[in-house]
Design a protein around this ligand. Structure first.
Ligand SMILES: C[S@@+](CC[C@H](N)C(=O)[O-])C[C@H]1O[C@@H](n2cnc3c(N)ncnc32)[C@H](O)[C@@H]1O
Length: 269
């Protein structure tokens, strides 16, 4: 294929895929991605239980599973888990981790907007930090409705990573200042300057380029046919257990962000 043809065929979805493929090597080093304490793991378990109940062998699909952090949480709770991601380097890490932890989780390559999974196959569809980066969320949500069994549940964990409120801005500035002065614990580097620029560029072109607000996501879920849509902004236990990984101000900045879980159901029939 000529250079020109290659460039013409390279779209936003390919850019997102390439970005996460490159991030895979260091993804688990970041608190907020991988889990670094049993307290945090228990807090995540409680959030999932609150919305989905115990697994009891039911089938769950973890969309955009990355290195498999959420897949493992679901497996811990007794779900039969399939993790789906479109970045092969993420999948490789997820498979290695599952082998090391002796978990039977199936990880496969696929697009969360077009999963190729059978109709009405899953009791639960779950994703963390996917919705903000969807190119076509309405199509994706309709797809998730399709693969859920009647009465099945969707659990989204996400946030608005665009609109920093005044408190978040203040705490972030104090965190940066403290780190520069050598007084505060340094952040885990979130990639090179070039990667950060790529991230900014992608974010400016996705559907939720103005920030994925929970109410907007919930409205879209209702529009495609989900019912009993409930927004849960009480992630305080998770944030508290994560806080020790960051300096004081960085932890406060994170807690000031608009982060949420959304639970929704497919109508029973
Ligand atoms: C921020 S990471 C989150 C990973 C994981 N859910 C977690 O919370 O640890 C985003 C992941 O979404 C995947 N991703 C983004 N859009 C996707 C899509 N349309 N289909 C499949 N995977 C997607 C990326 O490859 C990446 O692994």
């Amino acid at each position: 294929m000529s250079d020109v043809a290659e460039r013409r065929n390279y779209n936003l979805r390919d850019e997102i895929k390439a970005y996460w493929s490159e991030r895979a090597a260091t993804f688990d080093l970041s608190p907020g991605h991988e889990i670094f304490s049993e307290e945090e793991r228990a807090a995540w378990h409680r959030l999932i239980r609150r919305h989905l109940g115990e697994g009891e062998g039911r089938m769950a699909l973890d969309l955009a599973s990355g290195t498999g952090v959420v897949s493992h949480l679901l497996d811990d709770l007794g779900f039969g888990v399939t993790g789906l991601d479109w970045a092969e380097p993420m999948l490789e890490r997820a498979r290695t981790k599952a082998r090391e932890r002796r978990r039977k989780i199936s990880f496969r390559m696929g697009d969360a907007e077009n999963t190729m999974e059978p109709d009405e196959h899953y009791d639960a569809v779950v994703n963390r930090h996917l919705v903000w980066t969807l190119v076509d969320p309405a199509a994706a949500f309709a797809e998730w409705l399709r693969v859920l069994k009647p009465g099945g549940r969707l659990l989204i964990v996400d946030g608005d990573f665009v609109n920093a409120n005044a408190l978040e801005r203040l705490f972030s500035k104090l965190s940066v200042w403290g780190q520069r002065a050598g007084l505060l614990k340094a952040d885990t580097p979130s990639g090179s300057r070039e990667m950060m620029e790529t991230h900014r560029s992608i974010l400016s072109r996705v559907h939720f380029s103005q920030g994925a607000r929970a109410e907007e996501v919930a409205d879209l879920l209702r529009k495609v046919g989900f019912v009993d849509v409930e927004i849960d902004t009480d992630l305080s236990e998770i944030h508290r257990t994560q806080a020790r990984n960051w300096n004081f101000f960085k932890a406060l900045a994170r807690r000031s962000q608009h982060r949420y879980a959304i639970r929704a159901s497919k109508p029973s029939s």
